[in-house]
Design a protein around this ligand. Structure first.
Ligand code: NI
Length: 255
């Protein structure tokens, strides 16, 4: 069954029907999901969701656009909470140069601190990297991230960058963007990469695949992504689902 490795079900887009939706997911071929924090608040929300739903795992961490809220006290809070048995990763963390703020040096500092936290807690990382390919890779190499492990979420770079992360043993998170008309570069990456390092993700409520592009996304849309991967790789859909689910369990070190 399908494992959605990156969701934001605590988002207000799900306020109306979160309970029914989550219940229906697990009756409609979704095996499990990982809810990902992007701030202290959404990390708190994630902790609540994992306690409430058996098939929801969680990641906690602060997104590069939110790092101005971090300080030693909050970093320590993340450290304490990360020992929760259903917290399976530190994330999403990384660099995002799409906007001018926060300052790049500030982003780098907290990225490195959260990588160290993951190392100390022996958890994999969920990396968010947007318009920051070189700095992300430089930091991850300098921090010996191959010893930490994890996933590059919503992978958006080309084949050369993919090769670097694949060589470090990282998984690449592939979602709705793959079905977009202008996704030529990502399709090349999927064609090139080994199935053993590919995991499915939605990033819901964002990035719904075609034919639901622009609408609220949920894990129920992942079959469209599976179809696309199947067409690119020439591997049956059931096989894609089986392999990516095994990969997700390895990524998050689940039994
Ligand atoms: Ni996300």
């Amino acid at each position: 069954m399908i494992f959605d490795t990156h969701t934001h079900y605590d988002d207000e887009a799900f306020d109306e029907d979160r309970e029914e939706l989550l219940a229906s997911l697990f009756q409609q071929g979704i095996e499990a999901v990982t809810n990902v924090g992007a701030s202290i608040k959404t990390s708190e929300n994630t902790l609540k969701l994992v306690d409430q739903y058996p098939k929801v795992y969680g990641a906690i961490g602060v997104h590069p656009n939110e790092v101005l809220e971090l300080n030693e006290e909050k970093l320590n809070w993340l450290k304490i909470q990360s020992s929760h048995e259903k917290i399976v990763a530190i994330g999403e963390i990384g660099l995002d140069y799409h906007w001018e703020e926060p300052d790049r040096e500030v982003q780098k500092t907290w990225f490195i601190r959260q990588l160290s936290l993951a190392r100390e807690e022996k958890l994999p990382v969920i990396i968010h990297s947007r318009d920051a390919a070189k700095d992300t890779l430089d930091i991850m190499k300098a921090e010996k991230s191959e010893e930490i492990g994890g996933v590059i979420h919503c992978f958006s770079y080309g084949k050369e960058m993919a090769r670097e992360y694949l060589n470090m043993g990282f998984y690449l998170g592939i979602g709705g963007v793959l079905t977009f008309k202008n996704a030529k570069k990502l399709k090349e990456v999927v064609e090139y990469m080994p199935m053993e390092q590919l995991v499915l993700e939605t990033d819901c409520p964002y990035l719904a695949p075609v034919p639901n592009r622009g609408k609220r996304n949920s894990s129920l849309n992942l079959p469209y992504v599976v179809q696309e991967i199947s067409a690119i790789k020439g591997i049956p859909e059931e096989e894609i689902i089986k392999i990516t689910s095994q990969n997700a369990r390895k990524l998050y070190r689940l039994k």
